[in-house]
Design a protein around this ligand. Structure first.
Ligand code: ADP
Ligand code: ASP
Ligand code: MG
Length: 415
């Protein structure tokens, strides 16, 4: 069971979470619980780091931001004990949850679950702070924003759980963010592949890595609401959305939609380098330093060369990495040979996702036409086999999502 930030925001809500957990144990399950920090807490901690130094050391950032989950894991154990349950917390370094790769975006490598399983079999409820782990060097790491989902799937895989229930503040995965589009429809099932793509383009209901890991490890994941009464249907009846394999879905004999959903991402920043030499190696010089710093470049456009053998290169990076990206590019200015660097954080990426587009033409054309009709300008485009993304001015995000939701026939009949 995993509970997100809104579900853990304050002792009253933590007591409700404790009741939901206890109910699962009373129903005969052995349970491990992964928790997020209270809503807003991680943002607050991130801001402290930025204030201290915009170019903060990611290793120390991890020390700061991992603390939010330490608080809630202890509090949930206390709340469970108050209900007469046996419960204890295990911090990332105590289990341990070993991670590899960069600080602030570490990846789970292995979890030693022996002690955990032994205690769970004795009836102890294991409470584990999400988002955090420990590096080979014994330093605290974090898994990237929204990383508690990945912690939960990793723990589920390690204890070979029957299911990983992700409790959140909505009752499942919708065709788009239900907080933006009132007519969004709840999906009974969504495939790993589609969920992976939706998450990777901004549907933050699940962290992308958690879906990839669940797919790889065969973890059965359900997304469901923690804002439920004590007499709500049990999680075992699958009141939420199940993530299923393609074969499983085909077995259900359901009519498949061309488009599964629409997602948006306001956490991208656009960088334009003007007058870059139009010659072999130029873009390698730009993206090399960013790759070394583990900065993920997403959309890229290089214009056709103009006079004097120069061109402009535009690309997007996570907004959180903008300051560091600018710094790295400035440092490599002589080697790259550009004239100006123009950052822009007033952008958003809107994407349509669906396996159906593998076999249907015209999905992108519908998108461009619908946005054009509403006067939304497209600044960049990227595609994959099952998605089309466009970069637009941030102010138009909600409008664009609504317009596309209607254009692809996703609106709920009544709402
Ligand atoms: P938690 O704190 O529980 O991890 P998050 O805020 O990370 O919760 O994710 C849940 C939120 O994801 C919802 O409140 C909703 O606004 C947003 N969301 C975005 N896209 C979707 C979608 N397609 N279906 C459901 N929720 C979505
Ligand atoms: N607390 C972390 C965050 O806000 C991890 C999570 O909630 O999943 O990103
Ligand atoms: Mg989340």
């Amino acid at each position: 069971m995993k509970f997100g930030g809104t579900s853990m925001a304050g002792t009253e809500r933590i007591r409700r979470v404790a009741r939901i957990v206890k109910r699962q144990q009373d129903a005969g399950h052995e349970v491990a619980v992964v928790v997020s920090a209270m809503a807003g807490e991680t943002d607050r901690l991130v801001n402290f780091c930025r204030e201290a130094n915009p170019l903060y050391d990611p290793a120390e950032y991890d020390v700061v931001v991992a603390s939010g989950e330490q608080v809630t894991s202890g509090l949930l154990a206390i709340a469970l004990q108050a209900l007469g349950a046996q419960a204890r917390s295990w911090l990332g370094w105590q289990l341990p949850i070993k991670t590899v790769e960069a600080h602030a975006k570490a990846r789970v490598d292995s979890i030693d679950a022996d002690a955990l399983i032994a205690e769970m079999q004795k009836g102890v409820i294991a409470v584990i702070p999400g988002f955090q782990g420990v590096s080979d060097e014994g330093r605290i790491t974090t898994l990237g924003r929204g990383g508690s989902d990945t912690s939960a799937v990793a723990v589920a895989a390690a204890v070979k759980a029957d299911r990983c229930d992700i409790y959140t503040d909505v009752d499942g995965v919708y065709t788009t963010d239900p907080r933006i589009v009132a007519k969004a429809r709840k999906l009974q099932h969504v495939t790993y592949e589609e969920m992976l793509e939706l998450a990777s383009v901004g549907a933050k209901v699940l962290q992308t890595r958690s879906v990839g890991l669940a797919m790889k490890e065969g973890v059965r994941v359900q997304v469901l609401s923690s804002f439920i009464d004590d007499d709500a249907p049990a999680a075992d009846t699958i009141p939420g959305t199940m993530i299923v394999s393609d074969e499983e879905l085909e077995g259900m004999d359901m009519e498949r939609q061309l488009i599964t959903g629409i997602a948006h991402d306001k956490n991208e920043a656009k960088i334009t380098l003007t007058r870059v030499p139009d010659k072999p190696g130029a873009v390698a010089n730009i993206f090399g330093p960013l790759a070394e710093a583990a900065i993920n470049v997403d959309m890229i456009i290089q214009n056709v060369g103009r006079d004097k053998g120069e061109t402009d290169v535009t690309f997007t990076v996570p907004a959180a990495d903008l300051a560091r990206s600018m710094d790295l590019l400035e440092a490599a200015k002589d080697q790259i040979g550009f004239n100006r660097i123009i950052p822009d954080t007033n952008v958003a990426k809107v994407s349509v996702v669906g396996v159906g587009m593998k076999s249907h033409a015209g999905v992108a054309a519908t998108m461009f036409r619908s946005l054009a009709d509403r006067g939304v300008n497209i600044q960049a485009i990227s595609t994959s086999e099952i998605k089309v993304s466009v970069l637009i001015e941030e102010d138009y995000t909600e409008l664009a999502v609504r317009v596309l939701h209607t254009a692809y026939g996703l609106d709920a009949v009544e709402a």
